[in-house]
Ligand binder design. Structure first.
Ligand code: NAD
Length: 246
């Protein structure tokens, strides 16, 4: 079955891999980006080449106005949504909580908590309007249960909020046939680790997992698209841990 989905932070990494997999399955995709229009355009071109419809939508997920515009533009251009992937997220250089500035803490919460809540609110509204089943997938992190001590406990706490939202929102939206689940990756080879100051982090820590290797964005995209699809039609309020067994 063909779906129409919106993915936040889809210009690179896990979001990009999910957009490309969705496009290959014939799903229409809105590719949200914050400032890398060129990279988002390249993702759109690949989805269109695969025979599906796609648009790039600029929005900072921390901004209420941007998020509302993102949903309006997506529905105007692609039609009613079947699914939303809440993927945009940031880390910051590794340090202890005692050393973190207020500016860092606010931006971390603005993007990872407010961004997730605002996108989830937009998704709840948009999917409720269709009168059809819908699916929301939140990209949380294994950090929510591991804690990221000495690296970024602020990030881990934000992902804990994402996990709790997954449970609560699944109960709110279940009666409408809208499912809410999360994936909890770790040690996936993407550019996010460079912004945390350790480009080799996924490789180094991935090697210490029971699987003995880092994960790839495609492997996470596989779980996300399954959770969006009807193949997981009785799955809600739960988590798929993708951390090589850690
Ligand atoms: P990434 O840095 O490659 O991708 C993150 C995407 O989010 C980028 O496209 C970026 O432009 C976008 N983004 C950042 N701030 C934004 C904003 N304010 N508004 C809109 N978009 C914004 O990293 P990734 O690894 O692909 O991360 C995707 C998600 O996976 C994040 O939520 C991250 O926390 C989560 N995650 C990643 C890993 C990992 O090991 N890579 C592990 C656990 C969780």
């Amino acid at each position: 079955m063909s779906n129409t989905i919106l993915i936040t932070g889809a210009s690179r990494g896990i979001g990009r891999a999910t957009a490309l997999k969705a496009g290959a399955m014939g799903w229409n995709v809105a590719v949200n980006y914050v400032n890398d229009a060129g990279a988002a355009g390249a993702v759109v071109a690949k989805v269109v080449n695969a025979g599906a419809r796609a648009i790039a939508v600029q929005a900072d997920v921390a901004s209420e106005i941007d998020v509302e515009r993102m949903f309006l533009q997506t529905i105007d251009d692609l039609g009613p949504l079947d699914g939303v992937v809440i993927n945009a997220g940031i880390v910051a250089p590794a340090t202890t909580l005692a050393e973190m500035s207020i500016e860092r803490l606010r931006r971390m919460v603005d993007v990872n908590v407010m961004g997730t809540l605002l996108t989830a609110r937009g998704a709840a509204r948009a999917l409720s309007q269709t009168g059809k089943p819908g699916s929301i997938v939140i990209v949380s992190s294994a950090a929510s249960r591991l804690g990221s001590a000495g690296e970024y406990v602020d990030y881990a706490a934000c992902k804990g909020a994402a996990d709790t939202l997954t449970i609560g929102l699944s109960r709110e939206l279940g009666p409408k046939g809208i499912r809410v689940n999360a994936v909890r990756p770790a040690f996936i080879e993407t550019d996010i680790h460079a912004s945390g100051g350790r480009p080799d982090r996924a490789g180094v820590l991935g090697a210490t997992t029971p699987m003995g290797r880092p994960g790839q964005p495609d492997e996470v995209a596989e779980a996300i698209t399954w959770l969006i699809s009807d193949a997981s039609s009785y799955v809600t309020g739960t988590f798929v841990d993708m951390s090589g067994g850690r």
